[in-house]
Design a protein around this ligand. Structure first.
Ligand code: ADP
Length: 349
């Protein structure tokens, strides 16, 4: 096989690939391999192009023993670190034993693996603190505080708070996993989003009263129909309005506004925009893009103190994805926050 034929074959491969001849010279490399490893490698010794020691080792082993070997190649595409699985197999291209080296991009798979590990670590961490507190109090109640009625009352109260924290976490985790598994099924039932808002406000009234927060509403139409999952949209609005009450602070106002538009650019058509605005401390812009990540909190201590799980906005994001909707967050430190839900709608009237 001459170099032209080798290159024609390599160009047809869907992976970055190169061929090394028996004299350890690179005989051919496709464009993607040159983009990955650098231009101008053809005709050079493989050591100058491949550089990473583990990759050099597998090439040497393949050339020497005529056996297949795999290893990893770590790169960076300018935007992020990348990982490739390198497969080095013996080939006889008519000039003696050479090697065909293919690079499979597994960056995405690695990232998913890392996300899963982070998620498990986060869940364990979130569960560990209430569990540690519970075991500590159980031990005290069984031992030193056994006969102390006042301490028992107080400890049982704390244990109840910790147990509800675990309950909320498990509830949110289940909710997140259900929402994720349904994300690709479009909702088909027709619902009235204003009714959903009404029922959420009714449910959250006690929390608003506890915090002396006045919830004001501003709905221009009197009915807004759209294809949606009633329970899930109820959860979206509950999470947002509850956050506005919790983080907005005591003795403040929360404004819930619903407007419709015939041509909303973000959903390319008629939509309803539900805006939840608070007068709280606001959010620094550096945090805004990350708020919908699981367990991301601006102030973990404050969130936990208020019974937050750090999963509310992640659930909101997945539910809105299912509805082909969008979440927009606008906030300036010291000037409150506005969370806007944009939902495509069926225009009935
Ligand atoms: P949590 O259970 O902690 O409330 P969320 O996912 O609902 O979790 O929110 C993530 C984080 O976003 C919160 O911990 C808080 O730091 C921030 N956040 C959410 N809503 C608001 C708001 N209205 N004002 C200020 N910060 C907010």
């Amino acid at each position: 096989m001459d170099r032209q034929q080798i290159n024609a074959l390599l160009e047809a491969l869907p992976l970055p690939a190169l061929v090394i001849g028996p004299s350890e010279i690179i005989l051919g490399a496709n464009d993607t391999a040159q983009a990955l490893l650098g231009q101008g490698m053809i005709g050079r010794h493989f050591i100058t192009a491949l550089r990473q020691p583990n990759v050099l080792d597998v090439v040497e082993a393949t050339l020497k023993h005529g056996t297949t070997h795999t290893t990893r190649y770590l790169g960076n595409d300018g935007a992020q670190d990348t990982t490739f699985v390198v497969n080095c197999a013996p080939v006889d291209i008519g000039q003696g034993a050479g090697a065909l080296i293919c690079f499979e991009d597994v960056t995405h798979v690695e990232q998913v693996g890392q996300m899963r590990r982070d998620f498990v670590a986060n869940v364990s961490h979130e569960l560990r603190s209430p569990l540690t507190a519970l075991s500590g109090f159980i031990e005290t109640l069984l031992g030193p505080a056994r006969e102390d009625e006042a301490a028992r009352e107080r400890f049982l109260g704390i244990m109840q708070i910790e147990a509800s924290r675990m309950e909320r976490l498990v509830r949110d985790l289940l909710s997140l996993s259900r929402v994720e598994s349904e994300e690709r099924q479009r909702p088909t039932t027709e619902i009235d989003i204003l009714q959903v808002i009404g029922s959420v406000l009714h449910t959250l009234q006690p929390l608003a009263l506890d915090n002396n927060v006045e919830i004001k509403t501003d709905f221009s139409p009197d009915e807004v129909l759209l294809p949606g999952d009633q329970d899930q949209l109820q959860q979206v609005l509950t999470n947002l309005i509850e956050n506005a009450i919790k983080y907005g602070g005591k003795d403040q106002q929360v404004l819930v506004r619903a407007t419709t538009t015939l041509d909303e650019p973000t959903v390319r058509g008629p939509a309803v925009v539900v805006a939840v605005r608070d007068q709280g401390p606001g959010i620094d812009p550096v945090h805004i893009p990350r708020l919908t990540e699981r367990f991301y909190r601006v102030d973990s201590h404050r969130s936990r103190e208020m019974g937050g799980t750090g999963l509310g906005l992640a659930i909101v994001k997945h539910i809105l994805n299912r509805h082909r909707g969008r979440l927009r967050i606008e906030s300036r430190p010291g000037h409150g926050s506005e969370f806007r839900v944009i939902l495509p709608m069926v225009w009935k009237r």
